[in-house]
Ligand binder design. Structure first.
Ligand code: SF4
Length: 392
């Protein structure tokens, strides 16, 4: 059975809601100095124009937190309304300022409040110490929650495998269990304050750890009647093909499980290059369609035409038909069976001859290869699936 999407609650992040049945959102993060308003605004615009739906910025200090206002004002003045996210990590004061300005604040439960304390081994195994610390965290996070409630700001509790607290590693080890517990400690505190606009994320540079942690997160949420949206990403994935493959496997495996409401592809390249990769992963996982889907065979000795060339020509003319599935197959022996869920099929029938399909039904037989592309477009038009390409 194909897994259904894990049903999460809707969390409003500015004008772009997240979770529920909303499309799986694409986000990325600037790598400019957040004090440099011009550079950050310019980079944010490049990201938004590439399709980025939430723009996150690192906020290491109070000055950067305050400068979020200038960045936001300038983006809005220029007509860019994408919600902004402050990436804060550990300082409650910074998070509280940021929460008054942007639409979402990311905190890291591994180092938010909990400074590395020099403690005796076994300290955190004592329930009294552990509970006292959680009470302290609740007190320290209460002002942030109160601001977020007043302003409608969301919080992401973003766990990183590489920065778990001593409290967690001593009790659960450096494990997916520890990662999940790290986020749930904070989620339970938010619930106790009746604050539910939260998003959870489990990131690791190790793809297997990232996948295991997110799967476990869903299991634990189910058992605690939680349904918070999930942010997916593989951290420090690298660059080029390596980074893309790691992200595709980590994010894609979870999307195929029905897990994930927003994704960030982290590659060591300018952030606007992450966006097409993100949409490519969503399309390949079959969860969000932004372009035409092609099914084409690898070709073999049965292929009677240059399929690579034909496929490129078909793509050139039909690449704007978002959501449509078009198959280009080398022969009628296996082609029709292999393209089972295509909307239209272009299948080699013999030397210089092509068959055109609508679904599983042959509509036009033995068309000369030279006319086949135009005939395919005609067929798509006849069935009402054609739209003009405004970018052509
Ligand atoms: S569809 Fe036909 S031509 Fe293409 S790989 Fe399969 S058998 Fe070969």
């Amino acid at each position: 059975m194909i897994p259904l999407r894990f049903p999460t609650r809707v969390v409003n992040i500015g004008i772009v809601p997240l979770g529920g049945n909303y499309p799986i959102r694409v986000q990325s993060m600037t790598n400019t100095d957040t004090l440099d308003t011009t550079a950050t605004v310019q980079q944010s615009i490049r990201m938004i124009e590439a399709g980025c739906e939430y723009v996150r910025m690192a906020v290491p200090g109070i000055k950067e937190a305050r400068n979020l206002q200038n960045i936001k004002d300038e983006l809005r003045r220029r007509g860019y309304k994408a919600p902004l996210i402050a990436d804060v990590h550990f300082n409650p004061n910074i998070a509280e300022i940021a929460a008054t300005i942007v639409e979402k604040v990311r905190i890291n439960p591994g180092n938010y409040v909990d400074k590395k304390k020099k403690l005796d081994a076994g300290y955190w195994m004592l329930d009294t110490n552990y509970k006292r610390e959680l009470d302290d965290i609740a007190k320290r996070i209460a002002p942030l929650i109160s601001i977020c409630k007043d302003r409608g700001t969301a919080i992401r509790i973003g766990t990183n495998h590489g920065s778990l607290s001593d409290r967690i590693t001593e009790r659960y080890g450096d494990t997916p269990e520890g990662m999940v517990e790290s986020a749930l400690e904070f989620a339970r505190i938010c619930n106790a304050f009746n604050f539910h606009d939260i998003v959870l994320g489990m990131k690791a540079s190790n793809v297997k750890v990232m996948i295991a942690a997110n799967r476990l997160l869903v299991e634990r949420m189910k058992s605690e009647q939680m349904n918070f949206p999930i942010h997916l990403g593989v951290t420090e994935a690298g660059s080029g093909e390596d980074g893309r493959l790691k992200s595709a496997i980590g994010i894609g495996s979870l999307l195929a499980d029905g897990i994930g409401d927003t994704i960030r592809v982290s590659i060591t390249e300018d952030p606007e290059y992450e966006i097409p990769v993100a949409y490519g992963i969503l399309q390949a996982a079959g969860v969000r369609f932004t372009k035409t889907e092609y099914i084409s065979c690898p070709t073999c000795a049965r292929t009677l035409f240059n399929i690579q060339e034909v496929l490129e020509k078909v793509k050139l003319r039909t690449g704007h038909l978002k959501g449509l599935k078009i198959a280009v197959m080398g022969c009628i022996v296996n082609g029709p069976g292999e393209m089972a869920d295509a909307d239209y099929g272009y299948v080699g029938a013999g030397k210089g001859k092509v068959m055109l399909y609508k679904g599983q039904e042959v509509i036009k037989k033995n068309i000369a290869e030279a006319d086949a592309l135009e005939e395919l477009i005609k067929l798509i038009k006849e069935n009402g699936d054609w739209v003009e390409n405004r970018d052509a």
